[in-house]
Design a protein around this ligand. Structure first.
Ligand code: PMP
Length: 397
């Protein structure tokens, strides 16, 4: 009889990949987050400090008690509750779009939007800095994808002009690595000149940009336009979990019928829907929260650059600081952690240009003292040449 140990592993090449990851300082490890931590958290995406807001947590718990721990099925079978409908109506109203559809995650929302709005004859024009979920949507779609230089509306125009037929331009509205905003007016103008649709991912803009946090599209006067569709996550500024697609009612109706991650995925959990809805209501009642979070981000940038660090100027809440190499980024983040500050560490292949970075996220509820203390730790623990640029493999779009 064959024993388990005598079966040869078909996964031999994984060990080789693991060795080269270790050698390049690119191996990732899971570190469970303690429920209570003395660390100052500059790594999460809870931009408005709502993930632990008593009203948001209570609303999540109440929804769980009323509707159950899970959605129990696809939205088209048993997974739609009155809570989902309420959340969709309020998200559409808040952001200025005609209709909304919520998903189990922002990732799923992006996959559905890109794939369901294109077919084999469509040209997808995709910014080189786009989030992995948009990239994967392009890969899953049957459309031809042209990747264009980051934040370059002229390159978008050229790609559209070279095609002539149906086209969709996809872009993060705020890019997740460096926190820069896309040039929305110029992108929209390029799309309109060629009759193309504009699909924006506002994961980092909803709750932070636009009047009172109504999002990037609202801020640029694009919300509710017939040629603009916007996705977002409920897991960052809204402090909950889930995703949403916002757009014309006909587009949303189409996604109900053709969005594969809507149809074949279990619906958004009631607890997440309840928490997101309460967070949205809080944001409406306290519109100053968005501006406070942006001011904290600008404060981080000002103080980091005044200490000689190469930090990106934030358009929303993300500030990234360049590190000389992947290993030095990991070691730098570990030194920060040892001194009480948790920061994100982005290395290839998560970064589009191969340059490793520490990634800090601003939270509106941070005090000046916390910001100053954190910047002090980051500057004090910086590797020699902390602002210099290294090279490495880029992201494969
Ligand atoms: N788009 C962007 C730009 C993101 O940063 C993220 C989250 N990392 C997502 C989409 C995915 O959202 P979610 O985490 O809700 O799946």
């Amino acid at each position: 009889m064959l024993t388990v140990n005598s079966i040869p592993s078909p996964f031999g090449r994984l060990a080789e990949q693991d060795r080269s990851r270790r050698a390049a300082g690119l191996r990732r490890e899971l570190r469970p987050r303690p429920a209570e931590s003395a660390l100052l958290d500059l790594a999460g995406n809870d931009y408005l400090g709502l993930a632990r807001h008593p009203r948001v947590v209570r609303a999540g718990a109440d929804a769980c008690l009323r509707w159950g721990a899970g959605a129990t099925g696809s939205r088209l079978v048993t997974g739609s509750t009155a809570l989902h409908a309420e959340l969709e109506a309020e998200l559409a109203d808040f952001t200025g779009f005609e209709a909304a559809l919520v998903f189990a995650s922002g990732y799923a929302a992006n996959l559905a939007a890109v794939t369901a709005l294109t077919d084999a004859g469509t040209l997808l024009v995709s910014d080189a800095g786009n989030h992995a979920s948009l990239i994967d949507g392009c890969r899953l779609s049957r459309a031809r994808t042209e990747v264009v230089r980051h934040a370059d509306p002229e390159a978008v125009r050229k790609a559209l002009a070279g095609h002539g037929g149906e086209a969709v331009v996809v872009s993060d509205a705020v890019f997740s690595v460096d926190g820069d905003a896309a040039p929305l007016p110029a992108l929209a103008a390029a799309c309109r000149a060629h009759g193309a649709a504009l699909l924006l991912d506002d994961a980092h803009g909803l709750g932070v940009l636009g009047e009172g946090g109504r999002g990037s599209a609202h801020g640029a006067g694009l919300a509710g336009a017939p040629d603009v569709v916007c996705t977002a996550t409920l897991s960052k500024a809204l402090g909950a979990q889930g995703g949403v697609v916002l757009g014309p009612a006909a587009v949303i109706d189409h996604l109900v019928n053709a969005g594969r991650t809507f149809i074949f995925d279990t619906g958004l959990a009631p607890a997440a829907a309840g928490a997101a809805l309460e967070a949205l209501r809080l944001l409406r009642a306290e519109p100053e929260r968005a501006g406070q979070a942006r001011a904290v981000a600008r404060g981080f940038h000002r103080r980091l650059t005044s200490r000689g660090l190469d930090a990106t100027a934030p358009d929303a809440c993300v500030v990234s600081v360049r590190a000389p190499s992947p290993q030095e980024a990991v070691d730098w983040a570990a030194r920060c952690r040892a001194e009480g500050v948790a920061v994100g560490c982005f290395r290839p292949p998560s970064v589009p240009d191969g340059v490793s970075r520490l990634r800090l996220t601003a939270r509106g509820d941070l005090t000046g003292r916390e910001i100053g203390g954190a910047v002090d730790v980051i500057a004090r623990t910086a590797p020699p040449g902390g602002g210099e640029v290294s090279d490495g493999p880029g992201q494969d779009p």
